[in-house]
Design a protein around this ligand. Structure first.
Ligand SMILES: [Zn+2]
Length: 189
């Protein structure tokens, strides 16, 4: 299956200078946010490039009810159907702890965590021995809480739509990675 993240698709379309990419770049260069319409054109363009037998995972889309309606239309236009909607249920406080603790090696990008995965020797990368580390500026508690509030206000209301269609599957996102992976594979398999 191909994972389609709207951010990745946008960057790829801009780089490849597709018609949608050129339009999106003009909007972004002007400092404006890319509209639902541009994102939908982007998905339409990408789905049109894929082989019919190739499956797709939408990552971070749709985020609003308007986008959910657009997605229905795009899938129909491209002769595709939605099979599953997977909700990863998380505890917000635990999520904040997970995200704000993330850091990585500035040299080799190995991932670490303040609580769950510290380097074996304090301040030294296990993989390459570098002593330089970095953190993503948006991995802070306030940004995470703002994102969660936005999710609850705009994205969560989509779930009943998919639940009514019988395609919503809920997974405990607080379980360890192996359990979450197995649960997702169980749904897709
Ligand atoms: Zn390293």
């Amino acid at each position: 299956m191909v994972q389609l993240s709207t951010g990745d698709m946008l960057r790829a379309a801009v780089k490849a200078q597709t018609p949608v990419g050129i339009a999106a770049k003009a909007v972004m260069d002007a400092g404006a946010l890319v509209s639902d319409e541009i994102v939908s054109d982007l998905i339409d363009e990408r789905l049109g490039q894929m082989k019919p037998e190739q499956g797709t995972i939408f990552d971070g889309y749709p985020r609003t009810e308007a986008q959910a309606r657009i997605l229905d239309k795009l899938l129909a236009q491209n002769g595709r159907v939605l099979n599953h909607v997977i909700e990863l249920e998380v505890d917000e406080d635990a999520l904040v702890e997970r995200i704000t603790g993330r850091f990585s090696c500035a040299k080799c990008n190995a991932n670490y965590h303040d609580v769950f995965s510290r380097p074996a020797v304090e301040g030294v990368c296990d993989v390459c021995g570098s002593t330089e580390f970095k953190r993503r500026p948006d991995d802070n508690a306030e940004t995470v809480r703002t994102r969660m509030a936005e999710y609850r206000a705009k994205t969560e209301p989509i779930l009943p739509i998919y639940e009514a269609r019988g395609m919503l599957k809920r997974i405990d996102g607080m379980a360890d990675i192996a359990h979450v992976s197995a649960a997702i594979e169980g749904i897709l398999g």
